[in-house]
Design a protein around this ligand. Structure first.
Ligand code: HEM
Length: 482
């Protein structure tokens, strides 16, 4: 079967049409695309978009993703000259069905996850997976949102990322895995430095950091969106909040990288090394307090009580990890999407849609795919009875692609309005750093398009696949400034 796509002159978005009637699920599925730009680079950039477009096709009605074995992307220039062919396997084996959905499975990629989620949503608002000892996946927007609010019946205290409950050496308390009243106390203290009203203080610093990075990129001409731009930004920002010097930032970056790339077997060890670093940092601040927020946090009293060293370490973890890899992925995904001429021109014509582009990126490419909870009592979610003591995964990324909530959810629409996505979660655990993350993304978008209006992606982006059982992003996105 061949699915065709062409770039329409009037509307340069990729439009897909299906020749012949009646789709079959026979592999291979071939996606043929033609572009009107007669250059190899245009073709390469389009190829990366095509790979993203594969997920659109795989989620079309009539295609059962579980039965599509692999697909082939054929890129050709106007006039029908075949320039490149990419053979890509989706790894969606029928035997690896929804009942075995395992977020630690490294076969999960940017290409195949969306049809998997779609199939899960079709199966129901709650789908049981037998993997990792068994857990319940909440798949649809409405139910994920309701479940995220229900902190009394769905505790964050016992499970964080699904599968890690088997760790023998449980990590110390972190905000994200506490329930009230402990959660309330920690959150109050941590929120102080990153409240919306303080964003003005950070804004100039972030802009300066971004401008420095763009100066460096200007000298290179060719660059990597992830390594040269997205990766250094969160560390710069956290450095400003936490008072990390250059060496501490470098260590933080290295350890987080190791940590998020670990698999289920090595995750505990990687976490241990990261934890040691956090303990050292807190001990140092307690001995030599400075002017930074971390030093203030060490001295803060809530309800007349200071935080213990172990609590402080847990709080630092919240900044040093959660604020790092998520922001890298969100910035990278945004610049990948904006490299599309249609989206870039829409923004250049009307810069006021910048915030919509940021939100649409977070919706369509949510860095955190899921978070874990455990039931404290027997509960019902979407007509499904879940007994007490069970693990539950809130599939935030699937909810953000729910067709009953978003029109054409697989399409990046830079003008989409009222995007109430769940990329930052919902309820009492909703991301504490969301204002900061949005600020970083908005500043990068403004500065990048202003400085390099013709920047483009020059090679196939390399995704991380699903890492650490809950998160997905980018390893590398080759690009050029013109
Ligand atoms: C685009 C970037 C980001 C995304 C997509 C993101 C996503 C999330 C999500 C989905 C949660 C909810 C977890 C749950 O439901 O259990 C969360 C919580 C959290 N995030 Fe973020 N985050 C981002 C940036 C940041 C930044 C910049 C910081 C810190 C500076 C941060 C710190 C935290 C903390 C501490 C929590 C735990 C909050 C709580 O349990 O009350 N995040 N984040």
């Amino acid at each position: 079967m061949t699915v065709c796509g062409c770039q329409n002159e009037a509307d340069p978005r990729w439009l897909f049409y299906l020749p012949g009637r009646g789709l079959s699920n026979d592999a291979p599925l071939t996606i043929r695309a033609s572009t009107q730009k007669a250059s190899k680079n245009a073709s390469l950039a389009n190829e990366s978009r095509l790979i993203l477009a594969v997920k659109v096709i795989l989620s079309m009605p009539g295609i059962d993703p579980a039965k599509v074995g692999h697909f082939r992307v054929v890129t050709e220039l106007a006039g029908g000259i075949d320039l490149s062919t990419t053979q890509t396997k989706t790894d969606l084996q029928p035997e690896w069905g929804l009942s075995q959905f395992n977020p630690w499975d490294r076969r999960i990629t940017e290409q195949n996850i969306w049809p998997i989620y779609r199939a899960m949503r079709q199966q129901g608002p709650v789908v049981y997976s037998e993997a990792l000892g068994g857990f319940w996946c909440v798949t649809r927007y409405k139910e994920v949102r309701t479940a995220a609010l229900d902190y009394r019946n769905l505790s964050s205290g016992h499970v964080l990322e699904i599968g890690k409950q088997n760790w023998t050496n449980k990590p110390r308390v972190r905000l994200i895995e506490t329930d009230p009243p402990e959660h309330t106390r920690h959150r109050k203290a941590m929120q102080a430095p990153i409240l919306q009203k303080r964003m003005g203080e950070f804004s100039n610093g972030i802009r300066e950091s971004v401008q420095d990075l763009l100066d460096h990129i200007a000298q290179k001409g060719e660059f990597d969106i992830v390594a040269d731009l997205a990766e250094p930004i969160p560390q710069e920002v956290l450095g400003r909040i936490l008072g990390f010097d250059e060496e501490t930032r470098r260590r933080n970056r290295e350890l987080v990288r190791k940590f998020v790339q670990a698999d289920l077997e090595t995750s505990e060890e990687a976490h241990g090394a990261f934890w040691e670093f956090l303990i050292e940092t807190i001990e140092d601040r307690l001995r030599h307090p400075g002017e930074d927020f971390l030093s203030q946090l060490c001295m803060t009293e809530v309800d007349g009580q200071r935080f213990t060293e172990s609590e402080l370490v847990g709080m630092l973890h919240g900044f040093a990890l959660a604020g790092h890899h998520t922001a890298i992925d969100a910035i990278s995904s945004m610049l990948l999407h904006v490299s599309d001429d249609y989206i870039k021109h829409a923004y250049q014509d009307d810069p006021s849609i910048g915030t919509q582009i940021v939100e649409e990126t977070l919706r369509i490419a949510s860095p955190i795919h899921l978070e874990g909870r455990s039931t404290t009592t027997d509960i019902v979610i979407g007509d499904v009875n879940i007994p007490a003591g069970e693990s539950v995964a809130l599939l935030y990324a699937s909810a953000n692609h729910d067709e009953s909530q978003f029109d054409n959810p697989e399409e990046f629409n830079p003008k989409r309005t009222a995007i109430q996505h769940l990329a930052f979660g919902y309820g009492i655990h909703m991301c504490i750093g969301l204002h900061l993350a949005r600020l970083e993304m908005n500043v990068v978008l403004e500065e990048m398009v202003k400085r390099f209006p013709n920047y483009r992606v020059t090679g196939t982006p390399e995704g991380t696949g699903m890492v650490f059982g809950h998160h997905m992003g980018w390893e590398s996105i080759p690009a050029a400034i013109a």
